[in-house]
Design a protein around this ligand. Sequence first.
Ligand SMILES: Cc1cc2nc3c(=O)[nH]c(=O)nc-3n(C[C@H](O)[C@H](O)[C@H](O)COP(=O)(O)OP(=O)(O)OC[C@H]3O[C@@H](n4cnc5c(N)ncnc54)[C@H](O)[C@@H]3O)c2cc1C
Length: 135
Amino acid sequence: MLSYRRHRAGQGLRSTADIFDAHLGLCVSPLYINGNEEQRKKFVTPLAQGKKIGAMAVTESDAGSDVSSVKTTAVRDGDHYILNGSKIFITNGDVCDTVLVFASIPKLAPRGMTAFIVEKAPRLHGRKEVTIRLE
Ligand SMILES: Cc1cc2nc3c(=O)[nH]c(=O)nc-3n(C[C@H](O)[C@H](O)[C@H](O)COP(=O)(O)OP(=O)(O)OC[C@H]3O[C@@H](n4cnc5c(N)ncnc54)[C@H](O)[C@@H]3O)c2cc1C
């Protein structure tokens, strides 16, 4: 379906297609497939309705194809996790409301890579250069 839409979108709308691809293919679909009912209701519904924009943040300056090199960490602090790291090349990074952030849980290394659902918050910085900093 995506390649059909991409074909129809044509050269002139390539960047629009990329924005839509990232929203739907990298955020909405993985959330729908892997999320539980509560997560689907809370996150997928507004994304699918177009009320929110989604993104996925995997890539870092030293972690591209080799996802296992991701340096962003997730450390448990009571009933939540603190994510620390910096991502680059994130399509929709400067405008997203919901982002799937790949981070490693040091305690579970080397098998602790997890995707966290992060909602737009004052401490999630996205710049036009599509860098996302988490602190
Ligand atoms: C338009 C655009 C949008 C993007 N959007 C996102 C996004 O929304 N979210 C996100 O997380 N990232 C995004 N990225 C980043 C993208 O996913 C990474 O660029 C990609 O993972 C490659 O990483 P890298 O650039 O570090 O290249 P590297 O991993 O350094 O790879 C460089 C080259 O070496 C090749 N290579 C690497 N390892 C091997 C191997 N073992 N065997 C053979 N060849 C190999 C690769 O195929 C590539 O050609 C985007 C990139 C672009 C260009």
